[in-house]
Design a protein around this ligand. Structure first.
Ligand code: MRU
Length: 368
């Protein structure tokens, strides 16, 4: 997507560089800073500190992490260590495990001397495929937004609620949940997005609002607990979120708070769609609740809020008493029964085992 007229991806390699570049997402929206990752440790650190985040981008960064690791060592033991280090960065997004397996399957059988070049090619392919997949997810999502517009008799914008950031910053480009929104907006369908701020890391306030604004999409930031009220008032036409792991039976695990929005949507008869690329499906897992590892992050993220002060300085302030302990659960599971449909690169499926199987049982390339 474009920032100030220049097209960016969220991760890229310039020419034959022995490094990759990322946009440091911990700095947005107040500073647009490009950072270089030159080592495996740089890549692992970028994932764990959320300089890069969002399930598909975590996967792509892990793939490039192998390339950076192979610059140092190319033996089997080194590949094992790279896998271990990358897998340890974040537990919930299954795209990370998927990308590590893709790289392992490619590299293990190869002679050492060709591994590095093959890894660069594979990482580039994973990134390119992610872009293609997400673009097609957008195409499949537009008719849902158009139908909502027609249902309103063409009056007023389609009000879409989203949670966290599942936009182009969370992927290599386009996004998942935001891809249909960008495409609907570009096609002239009036849309307006309710952006959940998404405590504690505020991906909605920091990232979704920023990227929607840069693309000219009308949006309004709301506190996390406002969604239910807006739904009762008839101010939400549909919800679209992303997912970090989708089980084989259609349960989705996404940023903490997604489940509550799905419950409220169900109670108000509002469609709740989840957009995802194939690599986000965990075919080895059936039921999400109690099975998907839910990341627990440092309580510092709950105790402190980062922002811009009146003097224009970015800083953190503590919002709780020093003596209060806090818990930081980063994700929750929304059971399939609350999900109206899964928007994938292969079409829109009911959130059921049969629905997913019907889309993914054929061997057409994942992004077609
Ligand atoms: O903790 P984050 O910011 O990595 O969480 C990201 C999300 O929850 C996204 O909604 C999800 O990864 C889908 S991204 C296309």
């Amino acid at each position: 997507m474009k920032i100030g007229g220049t097209a960016y991806r969220s991760i890229w390699r310039e020419g034959e560089d022995k490094s990759v570049k990322i946009i440091d997402q911990t700095r947005l929206p107040h500073e647009f800073r490009i950072v270089e990752l030159a080592t495996l440790d740089d890549a692992a650190h970028a994932i764990s500190t959320m300089r890069v985040r969002g399930a598909p981008l975590i996967g792509a960064t892990a793939a490039y992490g192998f390339c950076l690791g192979l610059l140092e060592k190319t033996d089997d033991h080194a590949i094992h260590e790279m896998s271990r280090k990358l897998i340890a960065t974040r537990p919930t997004a299954v795209n990370l495990r998927w990308a590590v397996r893709e790289m392992q399957d490619l590299l293990w059988p190869m002679p050492e001397e060709v591994r590095l070049e093959a890894a660069w090619q594979k990482a580039a392919l994973i990134a390119d495929e992610d872009v293609a997949i997400n673009s097609v997810i957008g195409d499949h999502g537009v008719p849902l937004i158009r139908a909502a517009f027609e249902k309103k008799g063409g009056k007023g914008p389609v009000n879409i609620l989203t949670h966290c950031n599942a936009g182009w910053l969370a992927t290599v480009d386009w996004g998942t949940a935001l891809s249909p929104i960008y495409k609907a907006h570009d096609a002239g369908i009036p849309v307006h997005v309710w952006v959940d701020e998404t405590r504690p890391r505020n991906q909605g306030a920091h990232l979704t609002a920023w990227e929607l604004g840069k693309h000219g999409v009308p949006h309004t930031l709301i506190v996390d607990n406002a969604g239910g009220h807006l739904m009762q008032e008839g101010l939400v036409d549909l919800c679209i979120t992303g997912t970090d792991r989708t089980t084989a039976s259609g349960d989705v695990c996404n940023k903490i708070g997604t489940y509550l929005k799905a419950l409220a949507a169900k109670d108000n008869g509002i469609p709740f769609y989840v957009a995802l690329p194939g690599p986000t499906i965990d075919w080895e897992m059936d039921q999400g609740v109690g099975s998907i590892p839910i990341e627990r992050r440092d309580s510092h993220e709950v105790d402190y809020v980062r922002g811009l002060d009146a003097a224009g300085n970015v800083g953190e302030v503590r919002i709780s008493p020093e003596f209060t302990s806090s818990a930081n659960y980063a994700f929750d599971v929304t059971p399939a029964r609350l999900v109206t449909g899964l928007i994938t690169e292969r079409g829109v499926a009911p959130a059921t085992k049969e629905g997913l199987k019907a889309l993914y049982s054929s061997s057409v390339p994942v992004f077609s």
